[in-house]
Design a protein around this ligand. Sequence first.
Ligand SMILES: Cc1cc2nc3c(=O)[nH]c(=O)nc-3n(C[C@H](O)[C@H](O)[C@H](O)COP(=O)(O)O)c2cc1C
Length: 307
Amino acid sequence: MWKDWIRPFVRPLPQWSTIAVAPPQQAVTATLRWDRRSADVTTDHTVASLKPLSIATSIDAGDAPSLEYTDSTTGKLLGALHLARATSIAVDGSNVTIYHVEDSEHRCLPWPRRAWNEWLQNRVMRKSNTSHHALMDPHSVQQLMIAYLCPRPVILVSVDTPGHRNMFPMDLIGPLRRSELFSLALRNTNVSEPVMRDVRKVALSSMPASMKGTVYKLAEHHKEALGDWSALPFPTRPSRTFGIPAVATALRIRELGIVQAHDMGSHTFFLGRMASDEDLTEGTQLHHTAGFHQAYRRRRNAAFAEV
Ligand SMILES: Cc1cc2nc3c(=O)[nH]c(=O)nc-3n(C[C@H](O)[C@H](O)[C@H](O)COP(=O)(O)O)c2cc1C
């Protein structure tokens, strides 16, 4: 059909693709490179804030390292973020280094489609007025999409105190393997943010891909706390030691003891250690990746299962 042929020329790819992946994702490898040295940071880097767009890792890789994302099967470079060291955080003998994203590139689309798709996507972003687009300029969102070349798992975070209860989705999350820390980057406008700073414990439910609709619906609780646990559209079970209600049908339930909270511009960067870890069932977890990454894999007949 001529319409299928013409579509890429007039319509941008979706920015994000929601996919079903068995955890931990191994499709993409992340490598930090600096001074002719390199380290695998696939399970040791995360997004710490969206504005400024910041990356955290346990490795101090000097002033200007690069973070490269490669296809684990073919070894092909998919994209890279060029970083500038911003600060470091000491946590009980470990160090977490924070980098700002200075520059970026990706190779998921051939040129000139790459530049044309970016132009089309940026035009849509400038026209839309969602709070996400109000927070980040189109150029930074393009850089964020590159950070999502490593598919990011989605969890539901539960908070429970006598006066406040909540459950909401997150994907700007750890782990930071070498320092044995786990991080959560949470918009400082989130209604539970001050409570989390205070109570210092949360439960994390790893969400099955089949629950995508339910997970997205709970995004409203970034702004408004939950009235009652019984208002949730699924059964809960208490987390192992904190007794916080978590998702009964989760793939895995972990409990995070928060040890530090840092202001990082638009987001609060929580750092914590796991207090418990229950593997409940096997299955695919809801993940996000960049739309141009899914398009790249589709061209190679290796598309992620989309949900
Ligand atoms: C699947 C999913 C994951 C999310 N992950 C995060 C996150 O890691 N950190 C965060 O601050 N907000 C996260 N959000 C919240 C949204 O970015 C947004 O702030 C929230 O949906 C409120 O939307 P609005 O302010 O655009 O109305 C997530 C939302 C969804 C649906």
